[in-house]
Ligand binder design. Structure first.
Ligand SMILES: [Zn+2]
Length: 124
């Protein structure tokens, strides 16, 4: 007889990961440092290291920042009227800050999404 696996809601995994919490229990920390995923959850013991995010979080971060911040910024006249000596350093500093703030959250959400679709490699 086949056992029915408990459900893992996509939104739950996404939100728990977004907050940097273990997607399985919402109590343990997902990261041990800035972007380093904790191998196993210290609360529930879930194998968090099995979820390989690879380049996915960086791709989604670039996608979000590029489409929601950089492209719309060119519609504001001050971008064309202000000296490049002001715009370029200001844009680099603000975009770098935004990307560094978003990247761990997006990586957490990405791992939460992987948890919900059970996208961890099979153990040998
Ligand atoms: Zn946990």
């Amino acid at each position: 007889m086949t056992e029915i696996a408990p459900t893992r809601p996509f939104r739950t995994g996404l939100l728990r990961g977004l907050r940097g919490h273990c997607p399985n229990c919402d109590k343990g920390r997902l990261f041990s440092s800035y972007l380093k995923v904790t191998p196993t959850c210290e609360v529930c013991g879930h194998d968090l290291g099995a979820y390989k995010a690879d380049d996915g979080p960086a791709y989604f971060t670039i996608l979000l920042v590029g489409h929601l911040v950089v492209a719309p910024a060119f519609f504001f006249p001050f971008m064309w009227e202000t000296s490049p000596w002001v715009i370029v350093p200001g844009a680099l500093i603000s975009l770098t800050t935004l990307i560094l703030l978003l990247l761990p959250r997006i990586k957490g959400a990405f791992i939460g999404a992987l948890w919900s679709i059970r996208r961890a490699p099979a153990q040998p």
